[in-house]
Design a protein around this ligand. Structure first.
Ligand SMILES: [Zn+2]
Length: 308
């Protein structure tokens, strides 16, 4: 999920208040009706690597191999025909595999379009499990993501990691448990030194963490720290949402999260309760992302869980 607060909510004329009351079972259908005119942007990373992005869905990373295209994430099914037209501009080759970074609808809904005709859909076990059953996203969204049909579900799943070999490229898939969700996969195109991070990394400020479905910002921060530690100055990162980034951007994101975490843990050490902590925490203007209050509340709970 991305900054739905600004994109999804405003596009539908909704507010947080309307969404906190009860599970919203109509949100996704309403959202899909709004997507027809959304702008899709194609960005070339380098030869054989492209990003397809929009304001309403997760970034799709496209790799052009000898036999066909690998897609990391699929955005929305209703955008499938338009995304397909863009792919035809990139290459005449067919889509030969899909990889999913996590179970959220704005990243996997297009599986129904691109996973047809036996194209393998590769994902962590937990992505498959969650997509196969109804899910409700952590408040304030409380959006019902209904079980996807069999045709949309991952057909190849893995646990800790998986490696694919295609046209001289080595595609490494790593599971980072309990970060943004309980099924986050980071995809590393090793020779290109290019990552797709899914939603453990976003560029709009403080991230959404799907706590009720296994998300934990402390673990997410460990994942980011790990990615920084194994990266070099030439490494590039496709965030779940936002433009292509460098390790410096990832460090800025890490620093933002560390700053909020350190304020929260220091308040806890002082014995402040949640509300007093909330009144103390500051974040730079423009970095609120999903919202400072949401993040602080989540961090406070997780800090206690981890005994920080
Ligand atoms: Zn997400």
């Amino acid at each position: 999920m991305k900054n739905l607060k600004t994109i999804l909510f405003l596009s539908l004329g909704l507010s947080f208040g309307q969404l906190t009351a009860q599970v919203d079972s109509t949100f996704l259908d309403a959202m899909k009706e709004q997507l027809a005119g959304v702008e899709l942007v194609l960005t070339m990373v380098e030869k054989d690597f492209f990003i397809i992005s929009s304001e309403s869905g997760g970034n799709i990373l496209v790799f052009v191999g000898n036999d066909g295209l690998t897609l990391v994430d699929t955005q929305w099914g209703v955008l499938g025909p338009r995304i397909s037209e863009i792919l035809e501009h990139i290459s005449e080759k067919p889509v030969i595999r899909v990889i999913n970074t996590h179970y959220h609808f704005d990243h996997v809904d297009g599986n129904i379009f691109f996973g047809q005709d036996g194209v393998p859909i590769i994902a962590h076990h937990n992505i498959q499990k969650r997509m196969a059953a109804d899910q409700v996203l952590t408040p304030p969204f409380l959006i019902l993501q209904s079980a996807y049909p069999r045709e949309s579900l991952p057909t190849v799943t893995f646990g800790h990691s998986m490696t694919l070999y295609d046209s001289g490229e080595v595609i490494e898939l790593f599971h980072f448990p309990n970060a943004h969700t309980d099924g986050d996969v980071v995809v590393h195109f090793k020779n290109a030194d290019l990552y797709h991070c899914g939603d453990i990394f976003v560029t709009y400020g403080l991230p959404y963490v799907d706590e009720d479905n296994g998300g934990d910002i402390f673990v997410l921060m460990e994942a980011i720290e790990h990615l920084i530690s194994v990266s070099g100055p030439e490494t590039r990162f496709v965030p779940g949402h936002g433009p292509l980034c460098t390790v410096e951007d990832l460090k800025d994101y890490r620093d933002l999260l560390v700053s909020v975490r350190d304020q929260v843990t220091s308040c806890i050490r002082e014995g402040l309760d949640m509300d007093d902590t909330l009144s103390r925490i500051k974040v730079d203007a423009g970095k609120e992302g999903i919202g400072l209050e949401l993040t602080v509340r989540h961090m406070y709970r997780m800090a206690q869980k981890h005994d920080k």
